[in-house]
Design a protein around this ligand. Structure first.
Ligand SMILES: [Zn+2]
Length: 975
């Protein structure tokens, strides 16, 4: 259908239409005349369609109102009154993305699907949720999602509970998150950005029900909304639907949510905040120092792009001069930058992590003297070229992982649209990029540094420093506040609180009615493909090496993985192998010093990385294939250079630069710490798996807590161990790179395979011909059941075992059970009633399974929830509709769309694990035919698994110590 500018379609007037070649799409901008809603359409041939509605929601305080509202509107609405339509959609739609996000100035509700019918269903539920939520009728929604007082008996301790309350307690447990949450407050003291839209746990309980309702009434109006439609869907039909079902009921109103500009400062501001560390941790070298600059406005696309690249120039690679200067000055053990363009005045940040507050003026001096030096003497042109190329590669590759392209484009457009500017300005980047490329012959970046950093007083020095016992102090403060409040209450008021607590519990426990559940639209099983997607893989051989070729369209890019088997690496060298993956590519080689090497890699390739991984035999975790992998990407025309650089790193890396090795170890430690603090559920589940599984044990040694402890030990004893470190890196390197243990996987179009073949010829010339006999790791299963102590305010509770060891076989039905228990049983017990942010489950073909909670205020209670799961499963009841729902939800996870490189990786992983297309087909048939009785039959397995009692808890040291009797061992993580 042809659309004409100036004409109206279902009350949507077309304001503008233009082609955007960078995203291979046509963009149209509409205004809904009656309601004032804005709509942006991007037409492409992408079948992964995206819809989203965004509201401008500047916070008025730090109670987290926008965030709590984001959760709450998805808890039932006019047409879909069940308590959790969001969960119902997660259980039973073909969505490829389903979430909601609160930013510091907007709230976004995106969905994506490749199925037309499903897409409209999801859009319907989301629009009804935002415009007609049940929050007005049910106060319990705010209590559950935001915060409430919990009091079960008069003599009990009064407590705060709530999903967002606990989620934010978790967020405020990580010093890095505290740092990034506080930056805006230091730079924008007179605008809404000074507040925390997510919610500060100390302030969340100030939120009242009236404020909550008022905010929705005012801000969730079409006139304050921004709608996105993306993909190959039928625009007319979608416009008609949105108009007739929703927008036509609204009259345009004035909504004053525009965000004001913060005027610049006369002088640099300085702010210090504290974060908790546990009582046994050292305070020394635990502070963060940061300099933050407000850089112009988000409606300047060229500057935006240029600063993204400048961030990489200054801080992004081993060759980055600001990073080098800070590390050389001993300021911090990890140095990084960020450029936050999601706010009206984008923020450039430099961070030195793991240093001391006493260093703050030296930090300030080194940053500015380095910047001034660069302005005066110029930046290395090779580095500029490398940074621009690396950036351009990522732009053209447009691989956003699990995020649909359309969602990324919608988010990009909001950077300008939210502030009433052209929403396409950040999507068409070619012209800006051309201008920026003049930097190769001019002082373009030097001028930016001078104008926006050196001579910019709108900046802050933010210090985040550790304080022992602060967690306890805050806990006591909350305890005293609640105690005083409780003491102030009359008998009658206490009765009322108890009644409210019970009322909320009743609300939470009451199941949805059949009618409520059936209101949520559901596809039929016929809407689903009976066959799994085929991932093409052709086995080839070049130079005697097995090649796994995935012939798929990659847009002139080639992805190469070199997988070196490491079954012959002895146990004492496994952690060194992990260290080697951090070192390669970041130290000098015979031909290049490390700065040159980094520049060469960025100029000619899309990256060369190393990691350690282990693939399980598909049906046996005792048989696994450990690999040391080189992962790389490049344009096809750069293939010879990619192979040459890979060879140079593999063959000629030098381990002689002691100072550089120390920097790499420190940075690795810092990055591992962030993982432990932010992904504790994965860490705890991995640790629990290592108690009984040889595969899990291996993964722990090479990437888990054991590996973190190894790295921490190297850092502490670096000077006395340096010779040992160098020797072991050399040893492990010479054992890994060997022509007898190599297979390669390559993902590239058929037509470009010959280019790969030619380039690959030189790969073996200097590789050794070594022995690769498997070594015995001496693994002995032991249920260590550890409590891993940190200063975190919450826990991650994991329990795991292997069902094959108990004599059970894998069945596709287990994947349906996973959907059922994660989205029904665990969701209700651990999240809704327990107050944790989330809980998950996993069943692998090799028999390993786990349950884990995320940002959980509880500990023992959650373990009990796991132990009682078999009762829930054995009494599980579902009619045909309910079963269909769970089956569809399960299939949607399995069918999640993959980028070309991810397809190649997955095909290779299936090959190594011995998993065939027939296996996948059988699994799918089992899933599609799952019945209530099949689920019930799995109760016995879960019961036996839980009785094996393998668990691990990571989190709050006081909470773990209070439950000491259930652990065999308590381990301090960070000391
Ligand atoms: Zn949240």
């Amino acid at each position: 259908m042809v659309f004409e500018v100036g004409r109206s379609y279902y009350n949507f007037k077309l304001l503008m239409e233009k082609e955007i070649k960078e995203i291979k799409g046509v963009c149209r901008l509409f205004s809904h005349e009656k309601s004032g809603a804005r709509l942006m359409h991007i037409q492409t041939d992408d079948d992964n369609k995206v819809f989203s509605i965004t509201f401008r929601t500047p916070p008025t305080d730090s109670t987290g109102l926008p965030h709590i509202l984001e959760h709450s509107v998805l808890c039932g609405s006019r047409k879909f009154p069940s308590k959790d339509p969001f969960v119902e959609l997660a259980k039973g739609s073909l969505n490829t993305f389903l979430n909601a996000m609160t930013f510091s100035d907007k709230t976004m509700y995106p969905i994506a699907s490749r199925n037309d019918k499903d897409f409209v269903n999801l859009m319907d539920v989301y629009l009804d949720a935002v415009f007609y939520p049940n929050i007005y009728k049910k106060k319990e929604i705010l209590m559950q999602e935001g915060w409430h007082y919990e009091l079960n008996n008069k003599e009990d301790e009064l407590k705060y509970k709530g999903v967002v309350y606990n989620e934010m307690k978790g967020a405020f447990s990580s010093p890095e998150q505290i740092l990034f949450r506080k930056i805006q407050e230091t730079l924008f003291p007179n605008t809404p950005y000074r507040h925390d839209s997510g919610g500060d746990p100390e302030v969340i309980p100030d939120l009242t029900y009236d404020q909550f309702k008022d905010y929705h009434r005012q801000y969730y109006h079409p006139a304050n909304s921004y709608i996105h439609l993306y993909g190959d869907g039928d625009l007319s039909e979608h416009l008609k639907f949105i108009d007739e079902q929703y927008l036509s009921a609204f009259e345009k109103i004035e909504v004053n949510t525009q965000i004001p500009i913060q005027g610049a400062f006369d002088e640099q501001q300085e702010v210090t905040v504290e974060y908790p560390i546990s009582t046994n941790e050292k305070e020394d070298e635990k502070a963060f120092l940061s300099l933050n600059f407000a850089v112009s406005q988000s409606t300047n696309p060229e500057l935006h792009l240029a600063f993204d690249i400048l961030n990489n120039i200054l801080l992004g690679s081993p060759a980055a001069p600001l990073k080098k200067a800070l590390l050389e000055a001993g300021l911090g053990k990890d140095v990084f930058g960020s450029f936050d363009y999601t706010v009206l005045q984008p923020v450039f940040t430099v961070v030195s992590k793991n240093t001391n507050e006493s260093e703050k003026s030296r930090f300030n001096d080194v940053v500015f003297s380095t910047l001034k030096y660069l302005v005066k003497n110029g930046i290395d042109k090779k580095l500029i070229e490398a940074s621009i190329n690396a950036y351009e590669f990522r732009l053209r590759e447009a691989d956003f992982g699990r995020y649909p392209k359309g969602l990324i484009y919608a988010m990009k457009s909001m950077e300008s649209w939210l502030h009433d500017a052209d929403p396409t300005m950040h999507l068409s980047y070619e012209d800006s990029l051309e201008t920026i490329k003049t930097a190769l012959t001019t002082n373009y970046f030097e001028q930016l540094i001078d104008d926006y950093l050196v001579n910019n007083l709108h900046r802050s020095l933010l210090i985040v420093k550790p304080k022992k016992g602060l967690a306890k102090e805050i806990e006591d403060e909350v305890y005293n506040k609640l105690k005083a409040y409780k003491d102030s209450l009359s008998e009658g008021q206490l009765e009322e609180l108890i009644a409210q607590t019970k009322e909320l519990q009743r609300f939470q426990e009451q199941p949805n009615t059949q009618e409520e559940l059936e209101a949520i639209p559901l596809l039929a099983l016929n809407d689903i493909d009976k066959e799994p997607e085929k991932l093409p893989l052709v086995e080839k051989e070049e130079q005697g090496i097995k090649i796994l070729h995935s012939p798929i369209f990659t847009n002139e890019i080639v992805y190469i993985n070199l997988l070196f088997d490491t079954k012959h690496i002895s146990k004492d060298l496994i952690p060194y192998m992990g260290l080697l993956s951090y070192v390669l590519g970041k130290v000098s080689t015979e031909k290049y010093n490390y700065e040159q090497l980094s520049n060469e890699v960025n100029i000619y390739t899309g990256g060369i990385y190393f990691n350690t991984e282990a693939y399980s035999q598909m049906d046996n975790d005792e048989q696994f294939y450990p690999k040391f992998t080189l992962k790389s990407a490049a344009l096809v025309k750069q293939l010879p250079k990619l192979i040459e650089l890979s060879k140079e790193i593999i063959e000629n890396t030098l381990f002689t630069e002691e100072k550089r090795l120390k920097e790499i170890i420190q940075e690795a430690k810092s990055r591992l710490e962030s993982v432990i603090l932010n992904e504790g559920h994965v860490v705890a589940a991995k640790r629990a798996t290592s108690y009984f599984s040889p595969l899990g044990y291996y993964q722990e040694l090479s990437t888990g807590i054991s590996f973190y402890k190894f790295i921490a030990d190297l850092e502490d004893n670096f000077n006395s161990m340096i010779e040992e470190i160098k020797g072991n890196l050399e040893r492990v390197k010479s054992q890994i790179f060997n022509k007898n243990n190599l297979i390669a996987s390559v993902t590239v179009d058929e037509k470009d395979y010959n280019a790969f073949k030619d380039a690959f010829k030189s790969i073996l010339s200097n590789l050794k011909d070594g022995n690769i006999e498997k070594v015995n790791l001496g693994f002995e299963p032991t249920a260590l059941n550890e409590g891993l102590l940190t200063s975190s305010k919450i826990q991650y509770v994991a329990k795991a075992y292997n069902f094959r060891k108990l004599g059970f076989e894998y069945k596709g039905q287990m994947q349906v059970l996973k959907t059922i228990v994660s989205l029904d049983y665990l969701w209700k017990k651990v999240r809704v009633s327990g107050g944790a942010y989330g809980a998950m489950a996993g069943f692998s073909r090799n028999g390993n399974m786990y349950f884990a909670s995320y940002r959980d205020p509880n500990l023992k209670e959650t373990l009990e929830v796991y132990d009682e799961m078999n009762n829930y499963i054995s009494q599980f009841e579902a009619d045909e509709r309910e079963m269909t729902k769970y089956i569809i939800g399960t299939i949607s996870k399995i069918d999640a769309p993959l980028s070309p490189s991810a397809k190649g990786d997955r095909a290779a992983a299936y090959y190594i694990s011995g998993l065939t297309y027939e296996d996948l087909k059988n699994e799918r048939t089992e899933i599609l035919s799952t019945k209530e009785a099949d689920i019930k039959a799995l109760a016995e397995i879960v019961d036996k698994l839980m009785k094996e009692n393998n668990y691990c808890v990571l989190g709050n040291e006081n909470k773990i110590k209070q439950n000491e009797e259930i652990f065999n061992n308590l381990v301090d993580i960070f000391n």
